[in-house]
Design a protein around this ligand. Structure first.
Ligand SMILES: *Cc1c(COP(=O)(O)O)cnc(C)c1O
Length: 393
């Protein structure tokens, strides 16, 4: 199909919930994608941190191809071999020894919210969430989301959530009452503009949770899976959560979500308490097993840390040159550049020059490239930005 035809059909038949960039992407390999006219792009959006291994990673492709010919779906009424393999792989590499699988980030957070309420035994149910957070688009997860734009028009929202300022330990402590059961946050806020939780802050939140018997729920849907230079971001802080949610990169591009919990918390769910028809299906779990193995075997966490540091250094050099750059922040390959003007023009100029980047909260350029990215590719992006910024002055 021609680009114009796809655009026309989209307009006519697809519900208009997305403001699309006028590009039809039809093929991907590694850090590159191609549009329907054959133009090549270096992809620093990576499906918003979904294609952590790059596009069509050979191990993930092989795992999916083998599984798809063997068994695509089977009900959770039965045991599922790829599901137990994935659960063990997660347990071997994280704090959490028990997993529940679903199909998206919002569903993973829903599961975390429901498990917390079970833990609260009907007496405690309130969850403290953060300003600037993003936890998904279902009614409960958007109520947990501390950004007005996602909630507007959906009242009445779900009860039981309290939003406090991010990185403010005192405000979190003040929000605790008899009904509080959990604190939920992203170690690095993604949609909120790449805001990194401070070291003292997250340790302090852990302490608050311990002192008040609250569950610490870390949403690592965007910042997990090696992106920040550790397999999971909590590992930067020397603490462990009670519950962690994953999705985005977990399946190497294939849709899957997971809620991971410590055994003593997970045991508050009994058979029948929660379920998902597609959750933990053989195909998704095979893809996710291959993705985790590839991340570990190919030393992609180390690459994310090294190339990420290099990228941040280079961007900080740009900040010295251009006073309109307010801040450069992030960890590993989850990086934000805050501008003092709206970033959408920069995004489209990059696109003209064959580079896909993204902008969040209007003014923060967001870089979440695949973990396989090289220094040379980072140089290409930084040089292009430098040229675009020079014309902006
Ligand atoms: C993307 C995202 C979600 C929602 O995931 P979906 O798969 O779109 O439901 C939740 N939390 C964070 C931190 C995210 O980045």
């Amino acid at each position: 199909m021609k680009t114009e035809e796809v655009k026309k059909l989209d307009k006519k038949y697809v519900i208009h919930t997305y403001k699309r960039i006028p590009l039809v992407l039809v093929k991907g390999k590694g850090t590159k994608v191609w549009d329907s006219e054959g133009k090549e792009y270096l992809d620093f959006v990576a499906g918003i941190a979904v294609n952590g291994l790059g596009h069509c990673h050979p191990k993930v492709v092989k795992a999916i191809q083998e599984q798809v010919a063997q068994l695509i779906h089977i009900s959770n009424l039965y045991y599922i071999e790829p599901q137990v393999k994935l659960a063990k792989l997660v347990a071997d590499n994280s704090f959490g020894n028990k997993s529940f699988f679903c199909n998206s980030g919002a569903e993973a957070n829903e599961a975390a919210i429901k498990l917390s309420r079970k833990y609260g035994k009907g007496k405690r149910y309130e969850i403290i969430c953060m300003e600037g957070s993003f936890h998904g688009r279902t009614l409960a997860t958007l109520t947990a989301t501390g950004q007005e734009k996602y909630r507007k028009g959906y009242a009445p929202l779900a009860p039981g959530f309290k939003i406090v300022p991010f990185n403010d330990l005192e405000k979190a402590a003040e929000a605790i009452n008899d009904r509080t059961v959990a604190v939920m946050l992203e170690p690095i806020q993604g949609e909120g503009g790449i805001n990194v939780a401070g070291d003292k802050y997250l340790k302090g939140i852990r302490r608050l949770c311990d002192e008040n018997d609250l569950l610490l729920i870390l949403d690592e849907i965007q910042c997990g899976m090696g992106r920040t230079g550790k397999l999971f971001s909590y590992k930067h802080y020397g603490i462990e959560p009670d519950i962690m949610t994953l999705a985005k990169s977990l399946g190497g591009g294939f849709p899957i979500g997971a809620m991971i919990a410590k055994e003593r918390i997970a045991s508050h769910f009994s058979p029948g308490d929660h379920a998902s028809t597609f959750g933990g299906n053989p195909l998704a779990c095979s893809a996710a097993c291959a993705a985790i193995e590839a991340i570990l075997e190919e030393k992609l966490i180390e690459n994310a840390a090294q190339v990420g540091n290099y990228f941040i250094e280079k961007l900080k050099e740009l900040k010295k040159k251009y006073s309109f750059i307010k801040d450069v922040r992030g960890k590993g390959l989850m990086i934000g550049v805050e501008l003092d003007f709206e970033g959408k023009d920069i995004v489209s100029k990059c696109q003209e020059k064959g580079i896909l980047i993204n902008c969040t909260v209007d003014r923060v350029l967001r870089f979440v490239p695949p973990l396989i990215v090289t220094r040379e590719e980072v140089d290409q992006v930084v040089t292009t930005l430098d040229k675009i910024f020079k014309n902006k002055k």
